[in-house]
Design a protein around this ligand. Structure first.
Ligand code: OOG
Ligand code: MG
Length: 267
């Protein structure tokens, strides 16, 4: 990853401070490539890693990782054709059925994802979906609340990676199941907003099988010199396009075999 760095250390810190400010103040900023058009994917991860380092130094606990832009629906919606990863912390987690505040978010959207909890460490490169399944303790349904800090929810790959893949909040819930008891390829999911169906899909939409997305994530981590530790909570990416939410909205994501995950949004 470091081979394609174009940003200086000063620029990485400067962009990280800009992203961190937008995240903590919930204000939109122009995408970073407006000022740094040459920014690469490696530059994006350098900014994201600096953000992760700062959050951890401030006492946030990393609980896992997320894969993003892993389905066609998501890629088409965002106009980006390469998957990415981001980190998840304890501060982003929200309880199932809870009221989630939107006053500290810019323009939140929700998406249904299959989440994995790992029972053993995984190390790339060359990690496969079979390796992922062998290292998985259980899977559970999740809803990710993404919130791009970029104006109009518009970005390119380098910018969104620097913004930690739009990570904002997440809710795990439903029924935890052993992966071997399910056909993870064909799980159906229906997203309801205020009682109406707004999106539906099947888990195969995520790279053919959600475990493929986790393998991809492990291989990206390897390029950054990191492993996926046992105990990690890992989201495999939105199955359908993301749906905008505002105060007053209630969301139910119904997953075949895995139960449902609900939440509502407040001011
Ligand atoms: C980037 C984050 C993508 C997913 O599940 O595909 C993501 C975005 O769409 O803002 O979390
Ligand atoms: Mg997501």
């Amino acid at each position: 990853m470091s081979s394609n760095l174009t940003l200086s250390r000063e620029d990485i810190v400067r962009l990280c401070e800009r992203v961190e400010g937008a995240q903590t103040r919930a204000c939109a900023i122009p995408k970073l490539t407006n000022e740094y058009p040459q920014m690469t994917i490696a530059d994006g991860y350098a900014v994201q890693n600096e953000l992760r380092r700062r959050f951890v130094a401030q006492g946030h606990k990393q609980v896992g990782w997320k894969a993003g832009l892993t389905s066609k629906a998501k890629m088409q919606q965002m106009g980006v054709s390469v998957p990415s990863i981001g980190f998840l912390t304890d501060r982003m987690a929200r309880p199932e059925n809870s009221a989630i505040s939107t006053s500290d978010l810019v323009h939140p959207r929700v998406e249904c994802e299959v989440a994995f909890v790992m029972k053993s460490d995984l190390q790339g490169t060359g990690c496969t979906a079979a390796d992922v399944l062998a290292a998985t303790d259980y899977v559970l349904p999740a809803v990710e609340i993404i919130d791009s800090r970029f104006s109009g929810f518009k970005f390119d790959l380098a910018s969104v990676i620097a913004d930690n893949g739009s990570s904002a909040r997440f809710v795990g819930g439903g029924r935890a199941r052993y992966a071997e008891d399910l056909d993870l390829k064909t799980l159906g999911v229906v997203m309801e907003k205020n009682g109406e169906i707004v999106a539906m899909g099947a888990s195969a939409a995520v790279m053919g099988h959600p475990a493929e997305a986790i393998a991809m994530l492990v291989n990206i981590l390897a390029e950054m010199g990191e492993i996926l530790p046992a105990g990690s909570f890992v989201m495999s990416g939105g199955i359908t396009e993301a749906i905008a939410v505002k105060p007053g909205d209630s969301i139910v994501a119904r997953f075949q075999e895995l139960g449902s995950v609900s939440m509502r949004f407040v001011e």
